[in-house]
Ligand binder design. Structure first.
Ligand code: ARG
Length: 256
């Protein structure tokens, strides 16, 4: 009798542990209630930004909400800021990041990316009367960028990695402020955000310049390298919202 009891308690213990382990397994990096925690840099209107009530909103957020709904998971957004979001993904503090992040070969060495969900390109912002018509005209000019973005990379490519004429700022709005203040002659950044700035500031006389040398950039959701569990869910959601037209409804663009 005693023996049977012991056997039963061990079985119950084993079942209990299994359930516990399974629960931990699905919650990934820390949201005990099964929500996926998402890092972003909410200074990037219209893609990701804070509304008047302090909610994180934007096109990227709409897209991730649609992905989550399609793939059947919940999300919680945290505003980490641009550079910190990379280490938050790397350390597993968050499950993934959405932040208009361009999928690049270099980043792919350290992170894994979902399928692409958005196409963008760099654009140059200059005062309306500037004698700048194309990218090469930025040689010898002061150019502000958001630090460690693809905009920063293309400008380094033209002016040289350590050129002091490059002004790397923590956020894109700060990079544009440098231009408004006259500290920079031009700012370079993603088209969606630069064009939104121009639209929202009709009183400021600025022009934007596209250059053929700027390649198409594809945004992806970024996960810790090897986190195939989260990546699978994200791609499943992306696939679904591509197929049912939701993604196109949100972005207005066709993307394969
Ligand atoms: N697409 C650019 C990159 O990946 C800029 C993204 C910046 N995003 C942001 N939320 N600040 O480098």
């Amino acid at each position: 009798m005693k023996y049977v009891n012991k056997k039963w308690s061990i079985s119950i213990l084993v079942i209990g542990l299994t359930v516990l382990l399974a629960a931990c397994g699905t919650s990934g990096s820390g949201a005990a209630d099964g929500k996926l925690v998402v890092a972003t840099d909410a200074t990037y209107a219209p893609m990701e930004y804070m509304d008047e009530d302090g909610n994180i909103v934007g096109i990227d957020i709409d897209i991730v909400n649609a992905i989550a709904e399609a793939a059947g998971f919940e999300v919680e957004y945290k505003n980490y800021g641009w550079e910190p979001l990379f280490s938050a993904v790397d350390s597993g503090e968050v499950d993934f990041a959405v932040s208009s992040i361009t999928i690049t070969e270099e980043r792919k060495e350290t992170y894994d990316f979902s399928d692409p969900y958005f196409v963008a390109n760099q654009v140059i912002l200059v005062p309306g009367d500037a004698d700048i018509e194309k990218f090469e005209d930025l040689v010898g000019k002061k150019v502000s960028v958001q630090i460690n973005t693809t905009g920063h990379e293309v400008v380094k490519g033209l002016l040289g990695n350590t050129n002091p004429d490059i002004l790397p700022l923590e956020t894109m709005p700060l990079a544009i402020s440098e231009l408004v203040n006259g500290n920079a002659d031009a700012a370079v950044g993603d088209n969606s955000v630069v064009l939104e700035y121009v639209k929202n500031n009709p009183d400021v006389d600025f022009k934007t310049i596209d250059d053929d040398s700027f390649e198409k950039e594809y945004y992806g959701l970024m996960v810790k390298k090897g986190n195939s569990e989260v990546l699978k869910k994200l791609n499943e959601g992306i696939q679904k919202i591509k197929e049912d037209g939701t993604l196109k409804e949100i972005t207005g663009m066709d993307i394969e």
